[in-house]
Design a protein around this ligand. Structure first.
Ligand SMILES: *Cc1c(COP(=O)(O)O)cnc(C)c1O
Length: 434
């Protein structure tokens, strides 16, 4: 399998190179040159196959020769070693719970898969790799957890001092071992700027093998297809479901559309957005206007220019009419999000997090118009991650899951630096454990 850049100015590469590079040299996103079709028999037999077998069959064509079968099976098994249950909320509403992984959010799957692939490539090359990543909160935790103790890889995470939640900070700073946290006296943009400068510094990139764990990396994006296959594996209804995905950078829903393209039966997709509504506007008016991100209570979706949208257009070969037949998109206010967290909890004893609540609203809007359909919303985070928002709404404390309780008792270990590239460079060169 080869990947080409959507900017068309870089040579095609295999899965290994696409994973190591992250982004193509011309600044474009990598996209597979074909979308492999899954055998009909596999799709029909989903309920009787193991999750490991499904995941392997889905991802193998994308990986090609870059990783041998036995290693890839091992990677897949470690990636999905937690439950992903489909639960009925009430009537025709179902929830696929993606928050049972180590950092209680769906980014765990992509981070776990990518970290293990990179670990394999680093070992094969016999050259240790440094993963450099800037985070505004959630991504850093998933990346840290995914890479913890992966041999041959060290992870350096930059986060803005005082600007991540206390749970998030603990998730970034308490692993130790091969995970190094840099607390930057600046904001997220400063962190991101410093990371970008590092990748452009030839002296640094000659001295150490540097890579990113950006969400646009194919090794983070493609394994998200697993969710959709696992949803259908557990689907007992006769007709294919409508699937509703809370969307920010549109990586997750783009993976869902890839799964559909590979042959998975899905009636319709909905991209649920908060006030950041570039895509709903595009589908209504045909005009794509990126905007600065607007802060909301579903903050992992506060994205003003979703980077994966170009991949979605590519799946449909720029045919927006075909796209609109399969995908619709809606927007939700914070007020509506709060109302739904409260009412779904009271009426159906199901606790949504703010991102899941945005998806519930979008699904409700759609099912009201299509009452003969049944739908699945993707619940992308555990409500405890947003307890400051959720607890006042339901006026009840949320029980703390064991996995987080342990993290909260650990001691923070972070190295404080200024918003200054030279400080970052010195740290990268001098504190290399290899
Ligand atoms: C990242 C994230 C999203 C948005 O996913 P995209 O793939 O960026 O669209 C939604 N919910 C949660 C909890 C997230 O962390």
């Amino acid at each position: 399998m080869y990947y080409s850049s959507l900017q068309n100015q870089s040579p095609s590469v295999d899965f290994r190179t696409a994973t190591i590079q992250g982004q193509a040299p011309d600044g474009g996103l990598y996209f597979p040159e074909q979308i492999p079709q899954l055998p009909k028999a596999t799709i029909e037999q989903l309920p009787s196959l193991s999750r490991e077998e499904i995941a392997y069959q889905v991802i193998q064509p994308f990986v090609g020769d870059s990783i041998p079968e036995s290693k890839l099976r091992e990677i897949v098994t470690e990636t999905i070693n937690f439950p992903i249950p489909l639960k009925q909320v009430h009537d025709q509403y179902y929830s696929l719970e993606l928050f049972h992984g180590p950092t209680l959010a769906f980014k765990d799957i992509g981070a776990r898969f990518m970290s293990r692939c990179l670990g394999y490539f680093a070992q094969e090359k016999k050259e240790p790799v440094t993963v450099l990543v800037a985070t505004s909160g959630d991504t850093g935790g998933a990346v840290a957890s995914g890479f913890h103790n992966v041999e041959g890889v060290r992870v350096v995470i930059l986060y803005p001092s005082g600007k991540v939640s206390s749970v998030q900070e603990k998730q970034l700073t308490t692993f130790g071992d091969n995970i190094q946290a840099l607390e930057v006296q600046g904001n997220f943009d400063d962190c991101q700027q410093m990371v970008k400068q590092a990748f452009k510094d030839p002296e640094l990139t000659r001295a150490i093998f540097l890579t990113s764990a950006n969400s646009i990396n194919v090794a983070r994006w493609l394994p998200q297809q697993f969710y959709y296959f696992f949803a259908l594996q557990q689907w007992k209804e006769l007709k294919p479901p409508v699937i509703c995905v809370p969307s920010g950078n549109f990586g997750n829903i783009c993976a869902g559309l890839m799964a559909w393209k590979a042959g998975l039966p899905v009636a319709h997709f909905i991209a649920a957005c908060n006030a950041n509504d570039v895509v709903p506007r595009f589908l209504e008016t045909g005009a794509y206007h990126p905007q600065p991100a607007i802060p909301t209570i579903s903050n992992a979706m506060d994205v003003g220019n979703p980077s994966n949208f170009t991949r979605i257009l590519e799946i449909f070969q720029q045919n927006t009419d075909a796209l609109k037949r399969l995908l619709s998109s809606s927007r939700t206010t914070d007020e509506k999000t709060r109302d739904l967290i409260r009412s779904v909890y009271r009426q159906h004893s199901y606790l949504l997090d703010p991102h899941g609540a945005v998806a519930y609203d979008a699904l409700q809007q759609y099912l009201n118009k299509h009452p003969e359909q049944k739908g699945i919303l993707l619940e992308t985070a555990h409500p405890i991650k947003f307890l400051d928002v959720v607890e006042p709404i339901i006026e009840t404390p949320i029980p703390v899951p064991d996995s987080i309780a342990e993290t909260l008792t650990k001691t923070k270990k972070a190295y404080l630096i200024g918003k200054n590239y030279e400080e970052l460079k010195a740290y990268l060169l001098n504190s290399n454990p290899f």
